[in-house]
Design a protein around this ligand. Structure first.
Ligand SMILES: NC(=O)c1ccc[n+]([C@@H]2O[C@H](COP(=O)([O-])OP(=O)(O)OC[C@H]3O[C@@H](n4cnc5c(N)ncnc54)[C@H](O)[C@@H]3O)[C@@H](O)[C@H]2O)c1
Length: 372
């Protein structure tokens, strides 16, 4: 498979690394993919990415890249505001698509993109890489096997500290590029909450802007902050589960603190990405003499077809989730299967996020996810 990268900033490089790493982590299933093409915000940037990372071709525009018959799959790693147009052009050109989260910059766009993907012959996946973290995979297994019973309550948080520095503002903090922490970090938290705890039927939300002004993405001083720096969401599920989700980039002492606690009728689970080798499990049905929170080692023991590279005792990190996510997409593309997470999952995700924004705008009223 020849991959063409749209954007090669932080995520373009992570995806390239993941695509090249799959052969070490998984049983050999065919030829490894080729980093074939790249386009970026300028031709100069695209050329320098191509030179530095051994990518065969640099293009002047996205349009030029999708017109290249040699490219099989487009990997979308651009700011969110560009995703929709890129998806539609790539589908028209018959390419498979691996698209970063959030799928698009609104639920309305995401619904159209998911519908177009369904009507096409393309294999389309969205990057919810946290599903492929090993403790998360173990949590899914335990929940599916009924080990914590019926889920009653959960709490997810994804906390960073980067927005505390008001002199450094990225496009992810600017609504004009599809920024805001709910879209940026909340997309992961909402996806994982639904993946593990079931569909969120209705939400209420509250956004927070702690710093009214900051230096803008374009370098303008005293720029008025236009996107949420933190967001607080409450979600209610069909079967009675109630959850809270807190995301933001204004939390001192945090780095990449993605945590969850899930409470069921028979036990509970908890996880923190800063401690990625372990899933904590409390089994309320265990022998009272030894009952207590167990730290389940997840380390290098990956499910098939993984090889346990570099060894079953080796500790894991965040990149392992991206390698798993990329492998999932590549093997689905090879067998022409719709991957999970799919574009439908990406659209579903934006249904919840946009309902939370609407709730915030309407004073915190509870809103059904997916209502227009
Ligand atoms: N899944 C994850 O773990 C994760 C983490 C961070 C970001 N993301 C997502 O990845 C995507 C990219 O984020 P990033 O952190 O790599 O951003 P970035 O700013 O580091 O890189 C953006 C890239 O897009 C290019 N670009 C900008 N405008 C373009 C245009 N009009 N056409 C083509 N290329 C253009 C830039 O040159 C740059 O190479 C976003 O959708 C973001 O939400 C996902």
């Amino acid at each position: 498979m020849n991959i063409g990268f749209a954007g090669f900033g932080s995520m373009g490089k992570v995806h390239a690394y993941s695509a090249l790493s799959c052969r070490y982590f998984f049983e050999k299933e065919g030829e490894p993919p080729t980093l074939y093409g790249v386009c970026a915000s300028s031709y100069e940037k695209a050329r320098s990415y191509a030179g530095e990372y051994g990518i065969a071709r640099a293009y002047r525009s996205f349009e030029e890249m999708v017109a290249d018959d040699e490219i099989d799959a487009i990997d979308i790693c651009t700011p969110n505001i560009y995703h929709f147009d890129e998806i539609m052009l790539a589908l028209k050109a018959g390419k498979d698509i691996y698209c970063e989260k959030p799928l698009c910059a609104s639920y309305a766009e995401a619904e159209r993109a998911a519908e177009a993907a369904r009507d096409s012959g393309s294999v389309c996946g969205v990057v919810f890489n946290t599903r492929f973290l090993l403790p998360v995979m173990r949590a899914k297994e335990l929940i599916s096997a009924g080990r914590i019973g019926k889920i009653l309550s959960y709490d997810f948080s994804f906390l960073h500290s980067s927005a505390l520095d008001t002199n450094k503002t990225g496009w992810k903090q600017d609504r004009r590029y599809g920024g805001g922490v709910l879209y940026d970090l909340g997309s992961h938290a909402v996806d994982l909450a639904e993946h593990l705890c079931g569909r969120i039927e209705s939400v209420s939300g509250k956004s927070q802007i702690a710093f009214e002004t900051r230096r803008s993405f374009d370098g303008e001083d005293g720029w008025r902050t236009n996107a949420d720096e933190a967001f607080y969401l409450r979600g209610a599920g069909r079967d009675g589960a109630v959850g809270t989700i807190r995301v933001g980039k204004i939390f001192h002492g945090t780095n990449d603190d993605f945590r969850f606690e899930i409470y069921g009728t028979k036990g509970s689970l908890s996880f923190n990405l800063m401690d990625p080798n372990f899933l904590k499990f409390y089994d309320a049905e265990a022998d009272p003499l030894t009952r207590g929170v167990t730290a389940i080692e997840c380390v290098g023991r990956y499910p098939a077809p993984a090889t346990g590279f570099p060894g079953i005792k080796a500790p894991v990190g965040w990149l392992r989730g991206h390698i798993g996510s990329m492998h999932n997409f590549l093997s689905c593309a090879a067998s022409r299967k719709t991957p999970s997470p799919s574009f439908d999952d990406g659209a579903r995700n934006l249904a919840v996020l946009d309902a939370a924004y609407r709730s915030d705008a309407e004073g915190g009223r509870e809103i059904k996810a997916g209502d227009d």
